[in-house]
Design a binder for this molecule. Sequence first.
Ligand code: DQA
Length: 143
Amino acid sequence: MRVLILNGPNLNLLGTRQPEVYGATTLKNIEQMCRAYAPEAAINFAQSNHEGVMIDAIHAAKSTQDGIILNAGAYTHTSVALHDALASVELPCVEVHLSNIHAREPFRHHSYVAPVAIGQIAGFGAQSYLLALDALSAHLAKT
Ligand code: DQA
């Protein structure tokens, strides 16, 4: 499985950013956990604070990846452009969040990613990414 694991704004600050919400694990730790958990996968792990860079990464994934695991950070709740990019490339996408966005402020309850994702995993901290790897792998095995 070739997978783009794409992380959005502020996720580069994991480890020091609101650890009571997001935990003490850094994004580098999460990348290492993903690689150790799925050594057979070709993982392209990326992070950007810029919406356009994320859109370019999604476009590039169309011909190079089998699927996408996306933590779009706050763009989850705002970005029609990311929604459109995901709809355009027609790759299976698993939406992930460290926190349970549905148990937080109302503005985090809506996701523009969800309608163009095969499913959403939220609330399990860094383990959300490992669950997403399982979910994407199972989905690809069926198709
Ligand atoms: C997040 C949840 C978002 O609401 C927030 O803006 C983030 C992180 C999460 O992983 O829990 O930046 O996507």
